[in-house]
Write a protein that binds this ligand. Structure first.
Ligand code: ACO
Length: 357
């Protein structure tokens, strides 16, 4: 039997940020509300494209795995904020990382995108179709924010994370997974004004991220907890066997509610929402990378991850980590310098939103 080990991990965190106090100068909110209702203290704003974020994260993951990019058979970019639709974002990343000839595709399952993509790449490796893949999740969520809507404006940020998967014969990598979608309620979380449903010969205004926050909150807790139970059953494991929980980072209270339902102590949960906010598909990829960097994930650990997002898609994954928790080599890939603050970067978009009828 062939398995798809995670042999490399990397991230790209854009340098400019907006603190809660700073965002309070744009929308009617305050640090106390945002901190207590969401756990978020700050979020990053990208000065570069989604593809550039994805490329830097992938270069770090590839160096970490110690492989030549030309060995890669498949590049997947999980994103709901692609740089371009045709050609896809993954093709640009494939070119810029030097994975010449590799298959390149984008997947869009919103916040569940990384776990969906991990499943797709793992299945191809397990089936013997390919040997090496890089799975990236990259988002520019700040691009779709309507700065007139305080409930969503405070929640989202930009960033990217990536993993390298390699075929090996010992059991590790994604060992059990469950993905699904409650499509009946797809309208309660969506990005408006995006796609070919629009009449391209008429002005249709900005794309805005819109949601029914309370409803999503409840469904996210239920959906992620049930998917975790399902995966534990599949893998014949109990929660005591799980060393680390890496949940989607949408709201600290959602994470805590899942923890309570599953009865997982704080010291087993990876949380970084405070620094980055919700980076959609990228949250789990970044959190996985930071959990290894911070020593939370140890050799041979059992990891449970769960996500929930627009669609309404959901996913849970049981990942067995391998022997190695240190990179083989380190990439010096970085983004170009950013000469603006986070507030300066969003200023044109803020002006457009706040001057609209
Ligand atoms: N600052 C200050 N007050 C605010 C803000 C803000 N940024 N946003 C909303 N409020 C106000 C509301 O207007 C409301 O005021 P009212 O009582 O006078 O009407 C009050 O705060 C409470 O609003 P609620 O919506 O009940 O607040 P809640 O505790 O549910 O938190 C939140 C709102 C943070 C959006 C939460 O529901 C949430 O995180 N939902 C899920 C987020 C989501 O949909 N993410 C999208 C991606 S899906 C995913 O990633 C899982």
């Amino acid at each position: 039997m062939t398995y798809a080990h995670i042999t490399g991990w990397g991230k790209c965190i854009p340098p400019a940020s907006i603190s809660n106090d700073e965002i309070s100068t744009i929308v009617d909110t305050n640090d106390e509300w945002i901190t207590t209702r969401t756990g978020i203290k700050s979020r990053r704003v990208s000065h570069v494209s989604t593809a550039e974020l994805a490329t830097v994260a992938a270069k770090h993951a590839i160096a970490c795995a110690g492989i030549d990019p030309q060995e890669i058979d498949l590049v997947i970019v999980a994103t709901c904020t692609p740089s371009t639709l045709v050609a896809n974002t993954a093709s640009l990343v494939q070119k810029d990382i030097g994975a010449k000839g590799a298959a390149a595709m984008d997947t869009n399952a919103a916040c569940s995108g990384f776990l969906y993509a991990l499943q797709a790449a793992t299945a191809q490796i397990q089936a013997g179709m390919i040997k090496k893949a890089v799975v990236i999740a990259a988002e520019r969520m700040t691009w779709c924010i309507n700065w007139a809507l305080r409930d969503s404006a405070v929640l989202f940020g930009d960033g990217a994370g990536a993993v390298v998967l390699e075929a090996k014969e010992t059991p590790a990598g994604l060992l059990a997974t469950k993905t699904g979608c409650d499509s009946e309620d797809r309208d309660i979380l969506h990005i408006s004004n995006f796609g070919t449903d629009l009449d391209k010969y008429h002005a249709f205004g900005p794309s805005n991220l819109l949601f029914e926050g309370r409803e999503i909150f409840k469904r996210a807790v239920k959906g992620m907890s049930e998917a975790c139970d399902d995966v534990l059953n599949q893998a014949n494991l109990s929660l005591d066997d799980i060393n680390v929980l890496v949940p989607h980072q949408a709201n600290l209270r959602i994470i805590q509610a899942i923890q309570n339902r599953l009865n997982v102590p704080d010291n087993k949960v990876m949380v970084n929402i405070g620094q980055y906010g919700n980076t959609s598909a990228a949250t789990i990829a970044i959190a996985l990378c930071e959990a290894v960097e911070q020593g939370l994930i140890k050799p041979n650990d059992n990891i449970m991850s769960a996500a929930f997002g627009a669609g309404l898609t959901w996913a849970a994954s049981y990942i067995k980590w391998g022997e190695r928790v240190t990179p083989i080599t380190i990439s010096d890939a970085t983004l170009p310098d950013c000469d603006k603050t986070g507030l300066e970067l969003v200023e044109p978009s803020v002006k457009a939103c706040l001057t609209k009828d």
